[in-house]
Design a protein around this ligand. Structure first.
Ligand code: ATP
Length: 259
């Protein structure tokens, strides 16, 4: 069921949105905690699904916030509700109860068109399985995001180049996904996700299919783009070794956060 939901979330994004940006692999250390108003707040959110004759309570009174230029991780065992929460944060799903405020405006109760508009403009998505179009080069994949976002054509070339250089792929711009390693493909996906200059990046298990070295490269790219593109990143993970890179970790057990 989860796989079904995740695949549909990915195709919803492909249907309606855009992504893109760049990298430099230096420090993995968290920066000073960011200040300022939260980009997104989640207050007492509940989500349940009707499965057969039973109601499955997947999220139970979740409260959290994402502040500007933070790297926030949702940690938890399989089935604890991380992806369900990420989909609600990204407006791909709606809670049964509670509030999600995006820059102070109600996101949980917005209609489909309004949520799609906010996703296209302000949010980038990254998936475990990269979600690149296989017949397109890295350049074309990133460019497609700008096309879908409605970015003026005159801006495409410098922005695509900037994003691919930022993720460390300046020498691989015209490779297609099958000509790239898993870590390189995920970095193209990051470039694609930031291209339209979103303020929030949501990443579902972005390192799960990578070995530890490639996973560390992806985390280094995340720290770089938080600084250079001024994004906030919220990601799910199972991997305890990358948690130290986070500014904040929410640990989820059976649909609730434990401290
Ligand atoms: N659309 C749906 N209909 C019914 N049940 C669902 C749906 N989406 C998720 N679930 C159930 O909710 C629970 C939490 O799923 P979720 O994918 O959020 O967990 P997760 O923590 O992301 O797990 P993993 O780490 O394996 O990805 C699971 O039992 C899943 O089967």
């Amino acid at each position: 069921m989860k796989g079904w939901f995740r695949r549909n979330a990915a195709s919803a994004i492909l249907d309606d949105t855009v992504h893109g940006t760049e990298t430099a692999t230096d420090t993995l250390q968290p920066e000073e905690p960011s200040s300022g108003e939260p980009i997104l707040t989640v207050h007492n959110v509940e989500r349940s699904f009707q499965v057969g004759g039973e109601k499955l309570h997947v999220l139970k009174s979740i409260t959290m916030e994402l502040r500007p230029q933070q790297l926030v991780m949702l940690k938890g065992r399989s089935g604890s509700g991380k992806t369900t929460l990420l989909n609600i944060i990204g407006g791909l799903d709606q809670p049964n109860r509670g509030e999600v405020l995006f820059r102070g405006h109600p996101f949980h109760s917005a209609g489909d068109d309004e949520r799609t508009r906010i996703r296209r403009r302000d949010i980038g998505f990254i998936f475990q399985s990269f979600a690149l179009l296989p017949l397109l080069s890295a350049w074309e994949n990133v460019e497609l995001s700008l096309r879908m976002a409605g970015t003026p054509k005159s801006e495409w070339k410098p922005r695509v180049q900037h994003c691919l250089e930022l993720v460390g792929l300046g020498r691989r711009m015209h490779h297609r996904p099958f000509e790239l390693s898993g870590g390189e493909q995920q970095r193209v996906a990051i470039a694609k996700a930031i291209a339209h200059r979103p303020c929030l990046l949501l990443a579902d298990e972005p390192t799960a299919e990578l070995d530890s070295q490639m996973g560390a490269q992806v985390m280094a790219v995340f720290r770089d783009i938080i600084r250079s593109e001024r994004v906030t990143i919220c990601m799910t993970t199972h991997d305890p070794t990358i948690l130290e890179v986070a500014d904040h970790v929410y640990e989820m057990v059976d649909g609730t956060f434990i401290s």
